[in-house]
Design a binder for this molecule. Structure first.
Ligand SMILES: [Fe+2]
Ligand SMILES: [Fe+2]
Length: 145
């Protein structure tokens, strides 16, 4: 069983540099957790990287929503709801990891992280991309390079 590996390359770019940079970081933090769970790197502190994922994701969503609001993005409210639902889900996972309620339930963690990886991939490549396209068409051409 292999979890989703998030590879950031030019095809993942929204052509909005500040968001691209954050998505790159999001992919990196997620992949650190994946490697930890797949035991490719035993030195990784699972609790530490999960906490980093949660806090970084929360900040990223806030910055992304602020940028959308600043540009008057019409789908902001729907996008905000997707962010809020996902944050709640990863907060639940963080509680699970932090409290160590089921520390040996490797399969459960594995499935949960698989879900997170698929969500991040789909969200950045499909949902966030819509914002990138909207900016390109309606806001400023200099952002889209
Ligand atoms: Fe995003
Ligand atoms: Fe988003």
């Amino acid at each position: 069983m292999t979890m989703t590996n998030l590879v950031w390359d030019d095809s993942a770019s929204l052509a909005i540099p500040e968001i691209d940079e954050e998505h790159r970081t999001l992919y990196r933090v997620y992949n650190a957790i994946r490697r930890s769970l797949e035991r490719e790197d035993g030195a990784i502190d699972l609790k530490g990287v999960c906490a980093e994922l949660l806090s970084f994701t929360r900040d990223h969503f806030a910055r992304e929503e602020a940028l959308m609001a600043a540009h008057g993005y019409p789908d902001l409210e729907a996008h905000r709801k997707l962010h809020a639902t996902f944050l709640q889900q990863i907060e639940d996972i963080w509680t699970f990891v932090r409290t160590g309620a089921e520390p040996d339930d490797y399969l459960a963690r594995f499935l949960v992280l698989g879900f997170i990886g698929k969500w991040i991939k789909m969200h950045t490549l499909v949902v966030d991309r819509k914002f990138g396209e909207w900016v390109r068409l309606h806001v400023r051409k200099d952002m889209a390079g």
